[in-house]
Design a protein around this ligand. Structure first.
Ligand code: BGC
Length: 364
Protein backbone atom coordinates (compact mmCIF):
# COMPACT_ATOMS: atom_id res chain seq x y z
CA UNK A 1 0.00 0.00 0.00
CA UNK A 2 1.32 3.39 -0.92
CA UNK A 3 1.36 4.88 2.56
CA UNK A 4 3.71 2.27 3.97
CA UNK A 5 6.71 3.49 2.02
CA UNK A 6 9.14 4.70 4.65
CA UNK A 7 10.82 2.33 7.08
CA UNK A 8 10.74 3.43 10.67
CA UNK A 9 11.55 0.78 13.31
CA UNK A 10 9.06 0.33 16.11
CA UNK A 11 11.67 0.81 18.79
CA UNK A 12 12.59 4.15 17.31
CA UNK A 13 9.03 5.43 17.41
CA UNK A 14 9.17 7.11 20.79
CA UNK A 15 12.36 9.01 20.12
CA UNK A 16 11.12 10.01 16.71
CA UNK A 17 7.84 11.20 18.09
CA UNK A 18 9.50 13.30 20.76
CA UNK A 19 11.59 14.95 18.06
CA UNK A 20 8.50 15.52 15.95
CA UNK A 21 6.53 16.91 18.86
CA UNK A 22 9.21 19.42 19.75
CA UNK A 23 8.78 20.99 16.32
CA UNK A 24 5.01 21.02 16.70
CA UNK A 25 2.90 23.81 18.18
CA UNK A 26 1.85 23.47 21.81
CA UNK A 27 -1.80 23.34 22.80
CA UNK A 28 -4.02 22.85 25.79
CA UNK A 29 -6.20 19.76 26.40
CA UNK A 30 -9.92 19.87 25.66
CA UNK A 31 -12.94 17.77 26.57
CA UNK A 32 -13.80 14.98 24.12
CA UNK A 33 -17.16 16.31 22.94
CA UNK A 34 -15.57 19.63 22.08
CA UNK A 35 -12.60 18.01 20.39
CA UNK A 36 -13.49 18.65 16.80
CA UNK A 37 -14.68 22.20 17.22
CA UNK A 38 -11.86 23.04 19.59
CA UNK A 39 -9.30 21.47 17.29
CA UNK A 40 -10.53 22.67 13.96
CA UNK A 41 -12.01 26.08 14.67
CA UNK A 42 -11.21 27.73 17.97
CA UNK A 43 -7.64 26.36 17.99
CA UNK A 44 -6.37 28.34 15.05
CA UNK A 45 -8.38 31.46 15.83
CA UNK A 46 -7.60 31.74 19.50
CA UNK A 47 -3.97 30.75 19.29
CA UNK A 48 -2.90 32.92 16.41
CA UNK A 49 -2.20 32.43 12.74
CA UNK A 50 1.33 31.17 13.16
CA UNK A 51 0.13 28.08 15.07
CA UNK A 52 -1.09 24.91 13.39
CA UNK A 53 -4.63 23.68 13.94
CA UNK A 54 -4.86 20.98 16.55
CA UNK A 55 -5.06 17.48 15.07
CA UNK A 56 -8.17 15.47 15.93
CA UNK A 57 -8.19 11.71 16.51
CA UNK A 58 -11.57 9.98 16.24
CA UNK A 59 -12.11 7.00 18.56
CA UNK A 60 -15.03 4.79 17.59
CA UNK A 61 -15.49 2.24 20.35
CA UNK A 62 -17.85 -0.74 20.43
CA UNK A 63 -18.91 -0.33 24.03
CA UNK A 64 -18.13 1.48 27.26
CA UNK A 65 -20.20 -0.97 29.27
CA UNK A 66 -17.19 -2.99 30.44
CA UNK A 67 -14.46 -1.99 32.86
CA UNK A 68 -11.65 -2.54 30.37
CA UNK A 69 -13.02 -0.29 27.62
CA UNK A 70 -13.53 2.63 29.98
CA UNK A 71 -9.89 2.23 30.93
CA UNK A 72 -8.86 2.10 27.26
CA UNK A 73 -10.88 5.23 26.48
CA UNK A 74 -9.47 7.22 29.40
CA UNK A 75 -5.86 6.20 28.83
CA UNK A 76 -6.02 6.68 25.07
CA UNK A 77 -7.59 10.12 25.42
CA UNK A 78 -5.02 11.22 27.99
CA UNK A 79 -2.14 9.95 25.84
CA UNK A 80 -3.39 11.69 22.68
CA UNK A 81 -3.93 14.94 24.56
CA UNK A 82 -0.45 14.71 26.02
CA UNK A 83 0.81 14.62 22.44
CA UNK A 84 -1.02 17.87 21.73
CA UNK A 85 -3.92 16.48 19.71
CA UNK A 86 -7.62 16.28 20.57
CA UNK A 87 -9.87 13.21 20.75
CA UNK A 88 -13.48 12.76 19.70
CA UNK A 89 -14.97 9.61 21.28
CA UNK A 90 -18.14 7.84 20.13
CA UNK A 91 -19.38 4.60 21.74
CA UNK A 92 -21.91 2.43 19.91
CA UNK A 93 -22.76 0.09 22.77
CA UNK A 94 -22.91 -3.02 20.68
CA UNK A 95 -24.88 -1.66 17.73
CA UNK A 96 -23.22 -2.16 14.32
CA UNK A 97 -25.36 0.36 12.45
CA UNK A 98 -24.79 2.92 15.17
CA UNK A 99 -21.03 2.38 15.12
CA UNK A 100 -20.92 2.85 11.35
CA UNK A 101 -23.12 5.98 11.54
CA UNK A 102 -21.00 7.46 14.33
CA UNK A 103 -17.81 6.79 12.39
CA UNK A 104 -19.31 8.31 9.22
CA UNK A 105 -20.18 11.36 11.23
CA UNK A 106 -16.62 11.73 12.49
CA UNK A 107 -15.31 11.22 8.95
CA UNK A 108 -17.56 13.93 7.57
CA UNK A 109 -16.55 16.26 10.37
CA UNK A 110 -12.98 15.76 9.22
CA UNK A 111 -11.09 13.87 11.91
CA UNK A 112 -7.44 13.43 10.93
CA UNK A 113 -7.30 9.71 11.73
CA UNK A 114 -9.81 7.15 12.95
CA UNK A 115 -9.16 4.55 15.65
CA UNK A 116 -11.78 1.80 15.74
CA UNK A 117 -12.59 -0.88 18.32
CA UNK A 118 -15.05 -2.78 16.16
CA UNK A 119 -18.16 -4.40 17.58
CA UNK A 120 -18.40 -6.57 14.51
CA UNK A 121 -15.20 -7.67 12.78
CA UNK A 122 -16.81 -7.83 9.34
CA UNK A 123 -19.47 -5.11 9.37
CA UNK A 124 -16.88 -2.53 10.44
CA UNK A 125 -15.06 -2.94 7.11
CA UNK A 126 -17.60 -0.37 5.85
CA UNK A 127 -15.98 2.19 8.17
CA UNK A 128 -12.57 1.62 6.62
CA UNK A 129 -13.95 2.01 3.11
CA UNK A 130 -15.73 5.27 4.01
CA UNK A 131 -12.67 6.67 5.80
CA UNK A 132 -10.40 5.86 2.88
CA UNK A 133 -12.76 7.59 0.43
CA UNK A 134 -12.20 10.69 2.55
CA UNK A 135 -8.42 10.12 2.72
CA UNK A 136 -8.50 9.22 6.43
CA UNK A 137 -6.41 6.34 7.75
CA UNK A 138 -7.85 3.77 10.14
CA UNK A 139 -6.25 1.93 13.06
CA UNK A 140 -7.89 -1.28 14.27
CA UNK A 141 -7.56 -1.14 18.06
CA UNK A 142 -7.43 -4.40 20.04
CA UNK A 143 -9.87 -6.13 17.67
CA UNK A 144 -9.12 -6.77 14.01
CA UNK A 145 -11.39 -5.39 11.28
CA UNK A 146 -11.49 -8.23 8.76
CA UNK A 147 -11.99 -8.08 4.98
CA UNK A 148 -10.81 -4.49 4.78
CA UNK A 149 -7.75 -2.44 3.83
CA UNK A 150 -7.32 -1.23 7.41
CA UNK A 151 -4.00 0.61 7.80
CA UNK A 152 -2.73 -0.73 11.13
CA UNK A 153 -3.68 -3.27 13.77
CA UNK A 154 -2.53 -2.82 17.35
CA UNK A 155 -3.46 -5.37 19.97
CA UNK A 156 -2.11 -8.04 22.27
CA UNK A 157 -1.07 -11.46 21.03
CA UNK A 158 -4.57 -12.86 21.31
CA UNK A 159 -3.74 -16.43 20.32
CA UNK A 160 -1.15 -16.41 23.09
CA UNK A 161 -3.81 -15.13 25.53
CA UNK A 162 -5.86 -18.26 24.74
CA UNK A 163 -2.78 -20.45 25.17
CA UNK A 164 -2.05 -18.93 28.58
CA UNK A 165 -5.61 -19.62 29.69
CA UNK A 166 -5.53 -23.26 28.61
CA UNK A 167 -2.04 -23.90 30.03
CA UNK A 168 -3.07 -22.61 33.44
CA UNK A 169 -6.27 -24.65 33.50
CA UNK A 170 -4.65 -27.85 32.19
CA UNK A 171 -2.06 -27.54 34.96
CA UNK A 172 -4.96 -27.74 37.45
CA UNK A 173 -7.04 -30.31 35.58
CA UNK A 174 -4.95 -32.45 33.18
CA UNK A 175 -7.91 -34.69 32.43
CA UNK A 176 -11.68 -34.71 32.59
CA UNK A 177 -14.68 -32.94 31.14
CA UNK A 178 -13.98 -29.45 29.81
CA UNK A 179 -16.44 -26.63 29.15
CA UNK A 180 -15.50 -23.84 26.73
CA UNK A 181 -17.35 -20.57 27.30
CA UNK A 182 -16.04 -18.48 24.42
CA UNK A 183 -16.48 -14.80 23.56
CA UNK A 184 -18.75 -13.14 20.99
CA UNK A 185 -18.78 -14.86 17.62
CA UNK A 186 -18.74 -11.42 15.94
CA UNK A 187 -15.39 -10.50 17.55
CA UNK A 188 -12.29 -11.78 15.75
CA UNK A 189 -10.50 -11.93 19.11
CA UNK A 190 -12.95 -14.54 20.38
CA UNK A 191 -11.78 -16.82 17.57
CA UNK A 192 -8.12 -16.07 18.30
CA UNK A 193 -8.59 -16.92 21.99
CA UNK A 194 -10.26 -20.20 21.07
CA UNK A 195 -7.51 -21.00 18.58
CA UNK A 196 -4.90 -20.47 21.30
CA UNK A 197 -6.83 -22.64 23.75
CA UNK A 198 -7.14 -25.43 21.20
CA UNK A 199 -3.39 -25.31 20.45
CA UNK A 200 -2.87 -26.41 24.05
CA UNK A 201 -5.89 -28.69 24.49
CA UNK A 202 -5.63 -30.68 21.26
CA UNK A 203 -2.91 -33.15 22.32
CA UNK A 204 -4.86 -33.90 25.52
CA UNK A 205 -8.08 -34.32 23.55
CA UNK A 206 -6.31 -36.58 21.04
CA UNK A 207 -4.95 -38.75 23.88
CA UNK A 208 -8.44 -38.98 25.34
CA UNK A 209 -7.41 -37.30 28.60
CA UNK A 210 -9.64 -34.28 28.03
CA UNK A 211 -13.17 -34.40 26.67
CA UNK A 212 -14.76 -31.14 25.52
CA UNK A 213 -18.35 -31.69 26.62
CA UNK A 214 -19.68 -28.19 25.93
CA UNK A 215 -18.42 -25.43 23.64
CA UNK A 216 -20.35 -22.22 22.95
CA UNK A 217 -19.79 -18.61 22.00
CA UNK A 218 -21.28 -16.01 24.36
CA UNK A 219 -23.62 -13.63 22.57
CA UNK A 220 -22.24 -10.08 22.89
CA UNK A 221 -19.77 -11.22 25.59
CA UNK A 222 -22.59 -10.65 28.12
CA UNK A 223 -22.01 -12.32 31.53
CA UNK A 224 -25.66 -13.38 31.94
CA UNK A 225 -25.45 -15.18 28.58
CA UNK A 226 -22.28 -16.94 29.79
CA UNK A 227 -24.14 -17.92 32.94
CA UNK A 228 -27.04 -19.36 30.94
CA UNK A 229 -24.58 -21.38 28.82
CA UNK A 230 -22.80 -22.66 31.92
CA UNK A 231 -26.12 -23.64 33.53
CA UNK A 232 -26.87 -25.61 30.36
CA UNK A 233 -23.43 -27.28 30.43
CA UNK A 234 -23.86 -28.30 34.08
CA UNK A 235 -27.34 -29.63 33.49
CA UNK A 236 -26.38 -31.60 30.37
CA UNK A 237 -23.51 -33.26 32.23
CA UNK A 238 -25.15 -33.76 35.62
CA UNK A 239 -22.56 -31.36 37.08
CA UNK A 240 -19.70 -33.69 36.07
CA UNK A 241 -17.40 -30.89 34.90
CA UNK A 242 -13.66 -30.79 35.61
CA UNK A 243 -12.67 -27.37 34.25
CA UNK A 244 -13.98 -24.29 32.48
CA UNK A 245 -12.20 -22.11 29.95
CA UNK A 246 -13.99 -18.77 30.14
CA UNK A 247 -12.75 -16.32 27.51
CA UNK A 248 -12.70 -13.21 29.70
CA UNK A 249 -13.43 -12.03 33.22
CA UNK A 250 -17.00 -10.99 32.38
CA UNK A 251 -17.87 -14.47 31.13
CA UNK A 252 -15.91 -16.01 34.05
CA UNK A 253 -18.16 -14.03 36.40
CA UNK A 254 -21.24 -15.59 34.77
CA UNK A 255 -19.68 -19.07 34.92
CA UNK A 256 -18.82 -18.68 38.60
CA UNK A 257 -22.40 -17.61 39.39
CA UNK A 258 -23.63 -20.79 37.73
CA UNK A 259 -21.06 -22.85 39.68
CA UNK A 260 -22.08 -21.12 42.91
CA UNK A 261 -25.67 -22.14 42.22
CA UNK A 262 -24.53 -25.79 42.31
CA UNK A 263 -22.16 -25.42 45.27
CA UNK A 264 -19.18 -25.87 42.93
CA UNK A 265 -17.50 -22.45 43.00
CA UNK A 266 -13.84 -22.78 43.98
CA UNK A 267 -13.87 -26.51 43.26
CA UNK A 268 -13.53 -26.27 39.47
CA UNK A 269 -10.74 -24.28 37.79
CA UNK A 270 -11.98 -21.31 35.73
CA UNK A 271 -9.94 -19.01 33.48
CA UNK A 272 -10.55 -15.39 32.60
CA UNK A 273 -8.96 -12.38 30.92
CA UNK A 274 -8.61 -8.61 31.42
CA UNK A 275 -7.53 -8.48 35.07
CA UNK A 276 -10.80 -6.77 36.00
CA UNK A 277 -11.02 -5.84 39.66
CA UNK A 278 -13.86 -8.33 40.34
CA UNK A 279 -11.76 -11.10 38.78
CA UNK A 280 -8.66 -10.15 40.74
CA UNK A 281 -10.80 -10.37 43.90
CA UNK A 282 -12.17 -13.78 42.88
CA UNK A 283 -8.60 -14.99 42.28
CA UNK A 284 -7.44 -14.12 45.78
CA UNK A 285 -10.70 -15.46 47.21
CA UNK A 286 -10.21 -18.75 45.31
CA UNK A 287 -13.22 -18.93 42.95
CA UNK A 288 -11.33 -18.00 39.76
CA UNK A 289 -8.03 -19.67 38.89
CA UNK A 290 -6.41 -17.09 36.65
CA UNK A 291 -6.84 -14.09 34.43
CA UNK A 292 -4.86 -12.84 31.46
CA UNK A 293 -3.45 -9.43 32.29
CA UNK A 294 -3.08 -7.14 29.30
CA UNK A 295 -1.39 -3.90 30.40
CA UNK A 296 -3.83 -1.46 28.80
CA UNK A 297 -1.63 1.64 29.32
CA UNK A 298 0.94 0.15 26.92
CA UNK A 299 -1.69 -0.47 24.27
CA UNK A 300 -3.40 2.88 24.67
CA UNK A 301 -0.16 4.86 24.68
CA UNK A 302 1.32 3.08 21.67
CA UNK A 303 -1.95 3.47 19.75
CA UNK A 304 -2.09 7.17 20.65
CA UNK A 305 1.45 7.73 19.44
CA UNK A 306 0.79 5.95 16.15
CA UNK A 307 -2.56 7.68 15.66
CA UNK A 308 -0.99 11.11 16.06
CA UNK A 309 1.81 10.19 13.67
CA UNK A 310 -0.65 8.96 11.08
CA UNK A 311 -2.79 12.06 11.57
CA UNK A 312 0.29 14.09 10.66
CA UNK A 313 0.71 12.06 7.49
CA UNK A 314 3.78 10.22 8.80
CA UNK A 315 4.37 6.68 7.66
CA UNK A 316 4.90 3.83 10.09
CA UNK A 317 6.42 0.42 9.69
CA UNK A 318 5.83 -2.66 11.83
CA UNK A 319 7.81 -5.91 11.98
CA UNK A 320 4.69 -8.06 11.85
CA UNK A 321 1.60 -8.38 9.73
CA UNK A 322 -1.68 -10.17 10.40
CA UNK A 323 -3.83 -11.45 7.54
CA UNK A 324 -7.39 -10.15 7.85
CA UNK A 325 -8.93 -12.31 5.09
CA UNK A 326 -8.07 -9.53 2.60
CA UNK A 327 -4.61 -8.07 3.21
CA UNK A 328 -1.60 -8.52 5.47
CA UNK A 329 -2.28 -5.73 7.94
CA UNK A 330 0.81 -4.12 9.52
CA UNK A 331 0.50 -5.19 13.15
CA UNK A 332 1.86 -4.56 16.61
CA UNK A 333 1.07 -7.32 19.11
CA UNK A 334 1.89 -6.76 22.77
CA UNK A 335 2.53 -9.54 25.27
CA UNK A 336 -0.28 -10.82 27.52
CA UNK A 337 0.65 -12.08 31.01
CA UNK A 338 -0.92 -15.00 32.92
CA UNK A 339 -1.88 -13.99 36.45
CA UNK A 340 -2.94 -16.24 39.30
CA UNK A 341 -2.81 -16.06 43.08
CA UNK A 342 0.96 -16.60 43.10
CA UNK A 343 1.94 -13.58 40.96
CA UNK A 344 -0.95 -11.16 41.37
CA UNK A 345 1.06 -8.93 43.72
CA UNK A 346 4.08 -8.77 41.43
CA UNK A 347 2.04 -8.03 38.28
CA UNK A 348 -1.24 -6.13 38.38
CA UNK A 349 -0.72 -4.74 41.88
CA UNK A 350 2.95 -3.83 41.38
CA UNK A 351 2.00 -2.09 38.10
CA UNK A 352 -0.70 -0.06 39.88
CA UNK A 353 -3.35 -1.62 37.60
CA UNK A 354 -5.33 -2.23 40.82
CA UNK A 355 -4.69 -1.25 44.39
CA UNK A 356 -3.74 -4.00 46.83
CA UNK A 357 -6.43 -2.97 49.33
CA UNK A 358 -9.08 -3.22 46.61
CA UNK A 359 -7.95 -6.64 45.40
CA UNK A 360 -7.78 -8.10 48.92
CA UNK A 361 -10.87 -6.19 50.18
CA UNK A 362 -12.84 -9.34 51.04
CA UNK A 363 -9.94 -11.48 52.25
CA UNK A 364 -9.45 -11.60 56.00
C1 BGC B 1 -11.04 -8.07 24.20
C2 BGC B 1 -11.16 -8.53 25.61
C3 BGC B 1 -12.55 -8.19 26.13
C4 BGC B 1 -13.63 -8.65 25.18
C5 BGC B 1 -15.01 -8.22 25.60
C6 BGC B 1 -12.15 -8.65 23.37
O1 BGC B 1 -12.05 -8.27 22.05
O2 BGC B 1 -9.77 -8.41 23.68
O3 BGC B 1 -10.17 -7.93 26.39
O4 BGC B 1 -12.77 -8.78 27.38
O5 BGC B 1 -13.38 -8.19 23.89
O6 BGC B 1 -15.16 -6.87 25.56
Amino acid sequence: MKHWGKMIGWLGLSALLIALMSSCSGSSGNGESAALSAGKQAGAKAQGDQQEQKLVVGLSIDTLEEERWMKDRDLFKAAVEKLGAAVEVQAANGDDAKQIAQAENMISQGVDVLVVVPHNAEASAAIVAKAHQAGIKVISYDRLIVGSDVDLYISFDNEKAGELQAKAIVAEAPHGNYVLIEGADTDNNAHMFKQGQMNVLKPYVDKGDIRIVYDAFTKEWIPSNARANMDEALMANSNAISAVLAANDGTAGGVIQALTGQGLAGRIPVSGQDAELAAAQRIVEGTQTMTVYKPIPKLAEAAAELAVRMAKGETVHTDKTVFNKKIDVPAILLEPIAVDKSNIDSTIIADGFHKKEDVYRNVK
